[in-house]
Design a binder for this molecule. Structure first.
Ligand code: ADP
Ligand code: MG
Length: 693
């Protein structure tokens, strides 16, 4: 343990290191700049760059990179060496404040959703000095925002920083209106739990679908799946433990508090959770975590699958987004407090969130989704595609008591009479484990469980911050209009009552997996959009993203461009998936079946009835699916005729996806008839349980 503490953060140029290495007036200027959110002056930047370079060189770095997060959702890096030439042509290591602050990657191949014409292909990266630089694989990484020549954001980091500002301002307005002027900043924090699967590299490489799409496009469950739930929190296999040890050591050196790790529900599925941090830092760290997981797995002859739904019939992977708001005075605004003042503040923030989510559920649906998550959300082992909030029975009762005249079972103090004295009796874990809820209150934070495991949490948090800012601003407008009223807190309580009355339909504490919920949600008028591409269309048709513009996170052009990039992503990922189905059937599955039929037929006149029946079933299968494959090939070819990504995506959804599902169902039904000897690719049975041994 001592070694961990000693090595923690060794590879990150954090505040501690700056304090240690920078001349103290420079450090002071840096801190002032950060506190005032001002621009960094050139001289200070030069000194910081010099110290950063000296530190990086001393640790063996030869290159630096402006690390950015384009709209693909992945990260991008272009390495530049520190090497330069002096006037006499001699080599020297150079890194100026300008190099630190601004970069100019050739951006023409990154998606811009039409924001950037080819003739202005340049993109610029600017240092996000709120997120510390770090060293990975001998390269100095500088976290940056990515903008176009005209200054439009080409990533989510810029919008995220803006949304953090807007939710801070709106929160302060409400708190200040309550009379507490000491609060001048509110920070949104996020803790991201990352789920993933591990398979052996050998098995991975032997499956075309895993290699090309990150998931299996065909395959049926072996006799044992996850039903025994022995894997969940079970003993971590030694091989995986070694892998996790390496991952942790690496993350700790990068200053990431990797905290918990455990087996997940499905076989071969695991989770890693770091301690929460400021939202933009947590999201950067999550990108690093995904990268370290994948690279470390390879070193252990494993492959880390981040896909949301690599296997049918067992759980998929999510990335739980634990989100909270904390004041500069250290108060978590979702923490029920100890005195009436804090209680009404807590209730106000809770109600603001309820109002925000009920007003904009499609944004949560949109930003937690990707093509891979379509097979997870709404399936019977993941949060449904219907967005609802789970508060836990105690808090629901508190809210009910505000609006209903029914007797209170839970508390001595009546909130309605405004005799609130203490909400701290609320049991912290009253929110229990309703794993079926897409958004759950967990004591002092909201956990969005719908988010896909492979995705960047960037957009989701732009949305959470922005819709919360809108909701709080509306509440602040109302409270401020009551400023001559005697009791501002009574005014706030009235607002809360009003919100609960209007928005309680979004609250749901029951089983989100049950069919009954689907019809109940429909009665309540809640949205249930089945797929991501339809959600994009819904958001576009209803101008649902206007709130992001209103709250200053994105411009209208930036919204349009993002929706287009989403359509493009959907269309491309779907086309690859469908082509893989076709290819795998023709080049892998049919040959196995051919050999199998030949083997069975070789028994000739002694052929048992079972063999005869099996041959018939296999023959029927090939005949039926070959037709569907031909149709699928045509759909793929036809999908290219459209001018827009939107049309292509919707076409593939309507015509390609049902064919895939039909082919898959037929294949999954006959896979178990085939001789295990003949397969050239590992089936689920092989993939699932290997790590245990
Ligand atoms: P679980 O969801 O399994 O109960 P935890 O309660 O340990 O897990 O928390 C999960 C994640 O939530 C961790 O990353 C943790 O650091 C983070 N978290 C805890 N408190 C907060 C908070 N106030 N704001 C944001 N994230 C938090
Ligand atoms: Mg969780």
């Amino acid at each position: 343990m001592e070694k961990i503490v000693e090595e923690f953060g060794l590879d990150v140029f954090d505040d501690k290191k700056m304090k240690e290495l920078l001349p103290s007036p420079v450090y002071k200027r840096w801190v002032d700049t950060m506190n005032n959110k001002a621009a960094l002056d050139r001289e200070t930047a030069d000194v910081i760059a010099h110290e950063m370079k000296t530190w990086a060189l001393s640790k063996g770095c030869t290159h630096y990179t402006h690390w950015f997060q384009p709209l693909t959702g992945a990260t991008a890096e272009k390495h530049d060496s520190f090497l330069d030439m002096d006037r006499e042509g001699k080599p020297l290591a150079k890194f100026s404040g300008k190099n630190l602050i601004k970069g100019e990657p050739d951006a023409s191949s990154f998606p811009s959703g039409g924001l950037r014409a080819t003739f202005e292909a340049r993109g610029y990266t600017y240092w996000d000095c709120t997120s510390p630089a770090f060293i990975k694989d001998g390269v100095l990484f500088i976290p940056t925002i990515f903008v176009s020549y005209k200054g439009e954001a080409l990533d989510f980091k810029g919008p995220l920083l803006k949304s953090m500002e807007s939710v801070s301002k709106a929160s302060c307005r409400v708190i200040n209106a309550f009379g507490d002027k000491s609060v001048t900043r509110v920070t949104s924090s996020v803790g991201l739990e990352q789920e993933y699967f591990l398979v052996t590299k050998e098995d991975f490489l032997a499956r075309e679908d895993l290699v090309l799409t990150g998931k299996t496009v065909i395959g049926s469950l072996p006799p044992k799946g996850q039903e025994l739930e022995t894997h969940y929190f079970g003993t971590i296999p030694t091989r995986v433990q070694d892998f996790m040890k390496d991952v942790n050591a690496h993350l700790w050196r990068l200053g990431i508090f990797a905290k918990t790790e455990h087996n997940e529900v499905a076989p071969g599925q695991f989770e890693l959770a770091p301690i929460f941090a400021d939202t933009n830092i947590a999201i950067d760290q999550n990108q690093i975590i995904m990268d370290v997981l994948q690279k470390t797995a390879l070193k252990h002859d494993l492959v880390c699958l981040l896909h949301e739904k690599p296997f049918a019939g067992i759980n998929g992977s999510g990335k739980h987004n634990n989100w909270s708001l904390t004041t500069n005075t250290g108060v978590n605004l979702f923490d029920p407090g100890k005195n009436p003042h804090e209680n009404i503040q807590f209730l106000t923030f809770l109600c603001a969130f309820i109002k925000a989510v009920d007003t904009h559920p499609e944004l949560i649906r949109l930003f937690t989704s990707c093509p891979g998550n379509d097979y997870r959300l709404g399936a019977n082992e993941a949060p449904p595609a219907i967005i609802s909030i789970f508060l836990g029975s105690v808090i629901e009762e508190v809210l009910d008591s505000l609006v209903d005249d029914k007797p209170k079972t839970y508390a001595k103090n009546s909130l309605k009479d405004f005799g609130i004295s203490n909400l701290s009796y609320l049991p912290r874990d009253n929110s229990d484990r309703n794993r079926t809820s897409p958004v759950a209150f967990t004591g002092n934070k909201f956990e969005v469980r719908a988010l896909g495991s492979s995705m960047s949490a960037g957009y989701l948090n732009v949305a959470l911050n922005s819709i919360m800012a809108e909701s709080l601003n509306e509440i602040a407008d109302e409270i401020e209009s009551h400023k001559y009223r005697q009791d501002i807190r009574k005014a706030a309580l009235d607002i809360c009552v009003d919100i609960v009355k209007k928005h309680r339909r979004i609250l749901f504490g029951g089983d989100g997996y049950a069919n009954a919920w689907v019809s109940e949600a429909e009665k309540r008028g809640l949205l249930n959009i089945k797929t991501w591409v339809e959600t994009i269309k819904y958001v576009e048709d209803h101008n649902s993203a206007d709130v992001l513009i209103k709250e200053g996170a994105l411009s209208s052009e930036e919204v349009t461009s993002r929706l287009d990039v989403m359509y493009e992503t959907y269309a491309k990922v779907k086309a690859i998936e469908l082509k893989t189905v076709s290819d795998m059937m023709k080049t892998k599955v049919y040959p196995v079946i051919g050999k199998n039929i030949k083997d069975l037929a070789s028994t000739g006149e002694f052929m048992p009835v079972y063999f005869k029946e099996t041959i018939a079933k296999l023959t029927d299968f090939v005949d039926a699916t070959a037709k569907e494959i031909a149709e699928l090939d045509k759909v793929i070819a036809d999908s290219k005729k459209f001018d827009s990504n939107k049309e292509t995506g919707l076409y593939l959804l309507e015509h390609g996806v049902p064919l895939h599902e039909s082919i898959r169902a037929k294949y999954d039904a006959i896979e178990g008839l085939l001789s295990s000897e003949l397969f050239t690719y590992p089936t689920y049975g092989k993939l699932f349980f290997k790590l245990d041994f």
